[in-house]
Design a protein around this ligand. Structure first.
Ligand SMILES: [Zn+2]
Length: 147
């Protein structure tokens, strides 16, 4: 039998409303943290992210309202996902663990930027996860050249 711990299997899930982040400890020992706002932008439900041929509503907004990324509660969905309920009442996004693990680096980079007070690539135009029309709606990403 395979003895190695599954990469996308969480052993502990915590959320911290003060810091607005969801933290996951994975079976292989890795730790991930996800900013609520990033999670909300990445909501995978049909309404937010769209379905085949239909754009999701998040593609038409530039900014989220604070209640849209304030976590109200979060529940497990089987053994494969979590379903957060946001303070605006939205709770249809089911975040599979393999997806969450897959966006781990994006999330870490996002938190670094947030901590550094830099502009973050959160919205539909920025970052990974959404392919298609090359970003014409350009928030110019000023690469701070301070080394
Ligand atoms: Zn959604």
């Amino acid at each position: 039998m395979a003895n190695q711990p599954a990469r996308d299997e969480p052993v502990d899930i915590r959320y911290d409303n003060a810091r607005q982040r969801l933290e996951i400890s994975w079976a292989d020992g890795h730790e991930s943290a996800y900013d609520y706002e990033l999670l909300r932008w990445r909501c995978p439900c049909a309404e937010c992210a769209g379905e085949m041929g239909h754009p999701g509503q998040l593609q038409f907004v530039q900014q989220l309202r604070p209640e849209q990324y304030a976590l109200h509660s979060i529940e497990l969905v089987g053994h494969y996902a979590v379903r957060p309920a946001w303070s605006d009442g939205h709770d249809t996004g089911i975040y599979a663990f393999d997806k969450l693990r897959g966006m781990d680096e994006t999330a870490a980079e996002d938190l670094r930027r947030k901590a550094a007070g830099q502009e973050r690539a959160l919205g539909p135009g920025g970052g990974a996860g959404r392919d298609g029309s090359g970003g014409s709606s350009g928030a110019d990403q000023s690469t701070a050249g301070n080394r």
